[in-house]
Design a protein around this ligand. Structure first.
Ligand code: UD1
Length: 419
């Protein structure tokens, strides 16, 4: 088990390049199997979730080569259509392979993804959407057995909730379906637009990604392409938060500032000065942050649920009381118990968390229970007086490329210990 040892109380300042977006890279890697030639995915972050996707691609029979942040996928040798349980368990979001595999091979067999650390994560929207496209799905001893007769058929699908994963699965399945698919109320996250850009560059005809209706005109075949993954808006928010909690300043290079649109006003409300110029953003924090009145997590372009935990660390030392309402996931306050160990004052009642800012946190041993909650503990530990030990580092490694190296480059003092 690996852990981080943090020496808190140091002001962070400097500049960093933000890694490619995990939540783009994963569906993009699944999409590479749809082409009839090689795809190059550039700016692909070096993360354990990316390793898990690559393991699946290799199991399916794809050729992979990987150097620095480029992954090259040759789907021409693909000969399997199933994903065994051990590979599914490595990463729940591998459900996004389902639409791609069934569109490519006419069959798919994957183990049913169960609950996870964020509470139950049902896949009813994925399955009902794929059924509307003509996929016959049977549940069999924890496995989903899927097949279709001939090509999938375009359909008009209305999502009752704009699920990110379900939207991606529909896009992957419908890109080569017969006829046009219309998605009403699709997810509008930037990662959805990134996937549409990739697929269009492979020959797909997708319009309206990022809007409230998406049109996917099915094409007979797709090729491979070269694609650059967008910068990770959640990693960007995490590093902005780390600088902000220390009263520091940070320049983020090569980001897409509009993707941070839902987060910037919150940080400004907390007293940070934020300047955007082209693909650069500079944040300068006050000596003590102010409370944020209320944060409600919502689908994009609302405030992202993935930023809830990092911003809660800021609120825990801000001047005044902040209120959070988590609307996306049922069980996304696991970091709260750990923040309490560091001296935070937080009360949770169902989906609402009330955070009474304290003047300072103090170091303790805490455990990352999930990815973004773990990042929140690192942020809190950077501000806490004394030494903080963050266990459960494997959760954080799912989504951040060597987080300690990035933070140390701007003045943090963090050591990784592999036991
Ligand atoms: C993706 C992101 C995750 C982010 C989340 C919300 C990836 C790899 N992960 O997860 O980081 O926190 O979007 O922005 O991109 N739901 C159903 N039925 C379904 C599908 C979803 O009820 O069939 C519910 C989920 O339980 C959850 C909510 O919808 O409560 C949001 O889920 P969804 O948007 O699908 O998130 P993911 O794609 O799993």
């Amino acid at each position: 088990m690996s852990k981080l040892i943090l020496q808190g109380g140091r002001r962070l300042s400097g500049e960093i390049f933000v890694q490619g977006a995990k939540n783009s890279a994963l569906p993009l890697l699944a999409a590479t199997i749809l082409g009839d030639s090689v795809s190059e995915i550039h700016n692909c972050p070096d993360l354990s979730d990316v390793d898990a996707s690559i393991n699946i691609l290799q199991y399916l029979g794809c050729g992979i080569s990987r150097s620095n942040n480029t992954v090259v996928v040759d789907p021409r040798g693909m000969f399997r259509y199933d994903i065994p349980d051990n590979l599914m368990r490595e990463m729940r979001s591998s459900i996004v392979f389902l639409g791609a595999i069934v569109a490519k091979t006419g069959r798919a067999r994957i183990s049913f993804p169960g609950g996870c650390e964020l509470g139950p994560r049902p896949i009813d929207l994925h399955l009902s959407s794929l059924r509307q496209l003509g996929v016959i799905i049977e549940e069999d001893h924890g496995y989903l057995d899927c097949r279709c007769e001939g090509r999938l058929k375009g359909a008009h699908i209305t999502l009752s909730f704009p699920s990110v994963g379900a939207t991606e699965n529909i896009m992957l399945a419908a890109a080569t379906a017969e006829g046009t698919t219309i998605i009403s109320n699709p997810a509008r996250e930037p990662e959805i637009s990134d996937l549409a850009d990739y697929l269009n560059s492979c020959g797909a005809r997708i319009h309206g990604a990022g809007e409230s209706t998406m049109y996917i005109e099915g094409v007979e075949k797709l090729s491979g392409t070269a694609h650059q993954v967008i910068p990770d808006r959640i990693a960007a928010t995490t590093f902005m938060s780390a600088a902000a909690i220390t009263g520091g300043s940070l320049v983020l290079r090569e980001i897409v500032p509009s993707h941070l649109g839902p987060v910037i006003p919150v940080m400004e409300e907390m007293g940070c000065d934020i300047k955007v110029q082209g693909h650069e953003l500079k944040i300068t924090a006050p000596p003590r942050l102010k409370r944020v009145k209320i944060i409600r997590t919502l689908p994009y372009p609302g405030f992202p649920t993935d930023a809830q935990a990092p911003i809660m660390s800021l609120a825990s030392v801000a001047d005044g009381t902040s209120v959070f309402v988590e609307n996306i996931f049922e069980n996304r306050y696991k970091h709260v118990g750990e923040l309490l160990r560091l001296g935070a004052k937080i009360k949770v009642e169902g989906r609402v968390a009330v955070v009474e800012g304290v003047p300072r946190l103090s170091g303790a041993t805490v455990c990352a229970m999930d990815l973004r909650g773990g990042a929140a503990l690192v942020i809190a530990g950077i501000a806490a007086e004394g030494i903080t030990e963050v266990d459960g580092l494997h959760h954080i490694d799912r989504g951040y490329e060597r987080i300690e190296e990035t933070l140390n480059s701007i003045g943090a003092k963090i050591t990784r210990v592999n036991e």
